[in-house]
Design a protein around this ligand. Structure first.
Ligand SMILES: [Zn+2]
Length: 376
């Protein structure tokens, strides 16, 4: 097959992806116009969107298969094709989806702002996997280097990422000091009362994208980022109750546990590479590198996805419990959780499958647990 044919096929698959995005957008807007509520429209839209993401990953695998057939393509290029493809599709589909948020949620961010923010987040999220893939590909192409060197490099990369992540996030969110002096004072006083040191709280702008959220990031340097949309709509007491939840993640070492889980993924990751190498030697056939890379990445995602999602939900319940344990008023906390859900136009309850696939438990399940915990 010639290079031109390859480019043609990639283009066709790409257009199918864009067509799917256009259809999802049309379908969601139509449903909403016919009276489906904002939350339900978004909920359905997000499910379809994730379906499309999976389809995108599958189509990138198909492209790799075809690329191998062309031959005479550098190994680095073969390993990057799926990534570049996924990134390009994600960014262009994001452009299609901009209208959905604008029409349904009445967000005020421009198309360019949305895309730039999405790109920044994508880069921040993908840096670890890109580094690991590059290292792995380097190892495959330089067989004389030994597994120990690769392993040490991987550990170094992860430690470096853990150190730099809070700063990376700070930079991407364009975080700054909390504007409201009153809230800032209350927040600092609240953290001091819990005897927690070296955690700093910042705010980031999200009023126009209507994103109400707070997150804690970092294993070494810890930073809490609160969106101004949340700060503006929650009372000081409610804000502190959400902060208590974030401090729960810190006190219970949740970020460290997740980081350790990532460390355990490395032996698994290199282990699969080793098994693939052995299989090649044993059966005398060559596994194409993109197939190997996708196979490894797939198992890694499955491993981390399954354990991570379960663990993530357990940690959310634990952080809720922590907030109540340190004396946050139950009714204030519940009011804050409900407000955040409503500000984000999220649904309050989901079906069992979506509960399983989500990183956070549904509001309904959290409220139930909080009520139960208080009765004990
Ligand atoms: Zn949480």
């Amino acid at each position: 097959m010639s290079n031109n044919n390859l480019i043609f096929i990639i283009l066709v698959i790409f257009l199918i992806n864009l067509g799917t995005a256009a259809m999802l957008r049309m379908y969601t807007l139509k449903k909403h116009n016919r009276g489906l509520s904002v939350e339900k429209s978004l909920y359905r839209f997000h499910k379809l969107k994730y379906g499309h993401y999976i389809f995108t990953v599958i189509s990138s695998a198909i492209i790799s298969f075809i690329a191998i057939k062309v031959g005479e393509i550098s190994i680095y290029f073969l390993a990057t094709i799926p990534f570049v493809y996924v990134v390009v599709v994600l960014i262009t589909t994001q452009a299609f989806y901009h209208k959905v948020y604008q029409a349904i949620r009445k967000t005020e961010t421009s198309l360019m702002e949305d895309i730039l923010f999405f790109m920044k987040m994508l880069i921040v999220m993908m840096i670890p996997s890109i580094l690991i893939i590059v290292l792995r590909t380097y190892y495959i192409t330089n067989m004389e280097s030994n597994e120990f060197v690769l392993y040490t490099l991987l550990v170094l990369v992860i430690v470096l990422l853990l150190i730099t992540y809070p700063y990376l996030m700070h930079f991407s969110l364009r975080a700054k000091q909390i504007e409201s002096e009153e809230k800032k004072k209350a927040i600092v006083a609240f953290i001091n009362k819990q005897n927690i040191r070296n955690v700093k709280v910042y705010q980031f702008s999200s009023k126009r994208s209507k994103f109400a959220n707070a997150m804690i990031i970092g294993v070494f340097t810890k930073r809490i980022f609160i969106s101004d949309y949340l700060l503006e709509n929650l009372s000081t007491e409610e804000t502190c109750s959400i902060l208590a939840h974030e401090l729960g993640h810190l006190k219970k070492k949740h970020l460290l546990i997740k980081a350790i889980l990532l460390f355990f993924a490395i032996p698994l990751f290199t282990g699969i590479g080793y098994i693939l190498d052995e299989m090649e030697a044993l059966f005398g056939f060559k596994i194409p590198i993109p197939v190997g890379v996708i196979g490894m990445l797939g198992s890694l995602i499955a491993y981390l996805g399954f354990i991570f999602l379960k663990l993530s939900k357990i940690q959310e319940y634990q952080a809720d419990k922590y907030a109540l344990d340190i004396g946050v008023d139950k009714d204030v906390y519940l009011a804050a959780l409900i407000k955040v859900t409503e500000l984000n136009d999220s649904v309050k309850s989901v079906n069992n499958l979506d509960e399983l696939l989500g990183t956070h438990p549904s509001l309904e399940n959290r409220i139930n647990r909080i009520e139960e915990a208080k009765e004990l």
